[in-house]
Design a protein around this ligand. Structure first.
Ligand code: ASP
Ligand code: MG
Length: 436
């Protein structure tokens, strides 16, 4: 079995949907499973309607126009998904009447994107002569916790999904991104979460490959907006991809790799707009003879927090106390570096920082620096190549970029360092030049 996930831009209009039908027909697999995102732009639109409904009476004309336009271009009945439009309109009215938008209701509203697209894609495939059936992921058994906006799957979902998919005779067109909690409330897996759905489904059925169809030629050596001659990487290891996904290579949702890694299922990132391009395959084992650096990523909007305390000297439990504060206020920490009397920490959750700083000041001297960025070089070859670290910092120095903080874990597949945000372009360009 192969799981093919198509992102929003791959479903943007009728020509794209005809293209993906061709891709599915050419798949060398007799039981593929499709996972779909919402059509391009729809989730953003739903999010803004939900927010606006708090203060205005909101209609759904824009949502309707996108979908009816696609239906018309596919020669499908224009009223195919009217029931969903009605449901969406009533919830938006409800928000307006009660002037309240909870995270639970927001997820409910966002769920319409995938519910609409899966039905439209399945109907289109049937009209092309491919027996297909739209299935909401919750009907397959995708159960999550109740963390609306970033829900996590429960263990039982794997066996349920496997059992349910066995019963489906047609080509399953499964909604990405959405699920239900144990009480039956609709949840979402976080923005871009359809990738995660694809890998969950892949793990559940023991797929031999998970294909992420997007609008770029796989994973790139650097962000092409900064490095115009960045190139597509033929192959990456699971570890490399997990680091890159987190550090901002936006092709894959960071959680996606987890079920794939646990079940050792290769993930292939492919381009719907150029289906013959081999893209990037992400595999369990490191690439033999790989160059030292596979890719350079970066993450902006970092805040650096310096915590200095002489109480740290020869004390146990200091770190535990420190990170307990971050944990309690749900502030995600990115980079950490320590000396005997100080700890430096970076985070991108600047909005939630105030209470953290207040508490830390009770037992340490705390300073904060904003407008930083992390540059992260990833490569299995860092481990085996002696001079990589020296080259990284010599290159940065020559480009006039100073590292404020450095981190290299014992796994030795990434070197990260913190720079001023305005230096990101310079640094990434110089490093790309050096290593590629
Ligand atoms: N439609 C959702 C989003 O835009 C999920 C996805 O595309 O993967 O975030
Ligand atoms: Mg995506």
């Amino acid at each position: 079995m192969i799981v093919l996930k198509f992102g929003g831009t791959s479903l943007a209009d009728a020509p794209h949907i005809r293209t993906i039908a061709k891709i599915v027909r050419n798949t060398e697999d007799d039981r593929p499973v499709l996972v779909v995102s919402a059509h391009a732009g729809v989730t953003d639109l739903l999010e803004s309607l939900a927010n606006r409904a708090l203060s205005e009476k909101i209609g759904i004309a824009d949502v309707r126009d996108i979908h009816v336009g696609i239906l018309r271009d596919l020669d499908l009945p224009e009223d195919l998904v009217d029931d969903l439009f009605e449901e969406l309109a009533s919830i938006l009215t409800g928000i307006h009447l009660v002037c309240e938008l909870t995270n639970r209701t927001r997820d409910y509203i966002l769920s319409f994107g995938e519910r609409l697209s899966s039905r439209i894609v399945a109907a289109a495939f049937r009209s092309f002569g491919i027996p297909a059936r739209a299935i909401a992921a919750w009907d397959l058994g995708l159960v999550t916790d109740s963390a609306f906006g970033s829900a996590r799957p429960q263990d039982e979902c794997y066996s349920r999904i496997r059992r349910s998919l066995k019963q489906v005779k047609e080509l399953p067109v499964v909604t990405g991104f959405i699920a239900k909690d144990r009480d039956g409330n609709i949840t979402t897996l976080g923005r871009s979460g359809s990738d995660f759905t694809a890998s969950l489904v892949g793990a559940a059925v023991g797929a031999r490959e998970i294909q992420i169809w997007t609008d770029v030629d796989g994973v790139m050596s650097a962000d092409p907006r900064i490095v115009p001659n960045a190139r597509s990487l033929p192959r990456l290891s699971f570890n490399e991809m997990s680091e890159l996904a987190y550090y901002g290579a936006r092709v894959i949702h960071p959680a996606t790799m987890v079920p794939a890694v646990l079940n050792r299922i290769p993930v292939r990132v492919l381009n719907t707009n150029s289906p013959k391009h081999p893209g990037t395959v992400i595999l369990d084992d490191p690439t033999p003879g790989a160059p030292p650096i596979s890719s350079i990523a970066y993450r902006r909007q970092q805040t650096l927090i310096n915590v200095v305390s002489t109480r740290m000297l020869l004390q146990h439990g200091f770190m535990a106390n420190l990170f307990e504060v971050f944990g309690r206020h749900e502030v995600v920490v990115d980079m950490i570096s320590t000396s005997e009397v100080s700890v430096s920490i970076t985070t991108d959750s600047d909005q939630r920082l105030d209470p953290v700083l207040r508490e830390l000041s009770e037992f340490a001297d705390v300073t904060v620096e904003r407008d930083k960025a992390i540059i992260c070089l990833v490569g299995d070859g860092i481990r085996t190549t002696g001079d990589v670290v020296a080259r990284i910092f010599a290159t940065s120095r020559n480009a006039g970029v100073t590292a404020r903080m450095i981190s290299m874990g014992a796994s030795r597949i990434n070197v990260s360092f913190l720079v001023a945000d305005e230096d990101v372009e310079k640094a990434v360009q110089a490093l790309h030049e050096e290593f590629f």
